[in-house]
Design a protein around this ligand. Structure first.
Ligand SMILES: [Zn+2]
Length: 216
């Protein structure tokens, strides 16, 4: 079996699949061409087709909301780094989050900025409800056959995906972890010694396409 066949067999055999979508698969420019966006949605749909009807959850550190235009279901997605399409008070004087840009904060009359973690202080209320759905989902992975696919994550916010995924893999003897990325696919020693984790130094877009190509 080649690498992709092995991974696909693991997915088919898994009880649960946890997917992490990182920066490599994010919108690259402030204004994205329609075509580029279409291609990314298509890519996510290819991944969805690979996952099939598995019990999955998807976490992304991206803030472009593109994943919500794919076949992945919104109630099985969490985006803790926020959204480029939601707005908050720059000073975070209130927990309010707005779906469109307003001129100024109605409470302090201050500036309004995108509700993303890069804008500190970050109003976290935008994702917390879904975060609790995610943590409940994670609880049921204990002792289950879990496949974790981490695709294209870097080191900007390692506490969101990288570190927790490593920890889950370390603890759950039935977990199988696949870390893909052009630059940052390295695994910690504790994990790579366990034989339940693979590092694939490849652009995650190419990885998804290759993986999809073996699915009938
Ligand atoms: Zn304010």
């Amino acid at each position: 079996m080649n690498q992709y066949e092995t991974i696909y067999e693991k997915i088919k055999d898994a009880d649960l699949v946890l997917i992490g979508i990182g920066k490599e698969l994010s919108q690259k420019k402030d204004i994205e061409q329609e075509q580029e966006k279409k291609e990314r949605i298509h890519l996510f749909n290819q991944l969805y087709d690979v996952i099939g009807n598995k019990n999955y959850f998807l976490i992304t550190t991206n803030t472009d909301d593109c994943i919500y235009d794919s076949k992945f279901e919104a109630d099985k997605i969490v985006a803790p780094c926020g959204s480029n399409f939601r707005w908050q008070c720059k000073a975070a004087c209130c927990k309010d989050i707005w779906d469109k840009k307003i001129e100024k904060c109605p409470h302090c009359q201050g500036e309004v900025v995108q509700n993303i973690w890069k804008n500190q202080p970050y109003v976290e209320e935008g994702y917390l409800k879904q975060w609790s759905v995610y943590t409940r989902w994670l609880q049921q992975t204990v002792n289950k056959k879990l496949v974790i696919l981490e695709l294209g994550e870097n080191f900007e916010t390692p506490s969101v995906m990288r570190w927790p995924f490593e920890k889950i893999t370390y603890i759950n003897e039935k977990a199988y972890f696949v870390r893909v990325g052009e630059k940052f696919s390295q695994l910690t020693e504790e994990i790579s010694n366990k034989n339940r984790a693979v590092s694939i130094a490849m652009n995650s877009k190419v990885f998804i396409e290759n993986l999809k190509s073996i699915v009938k």
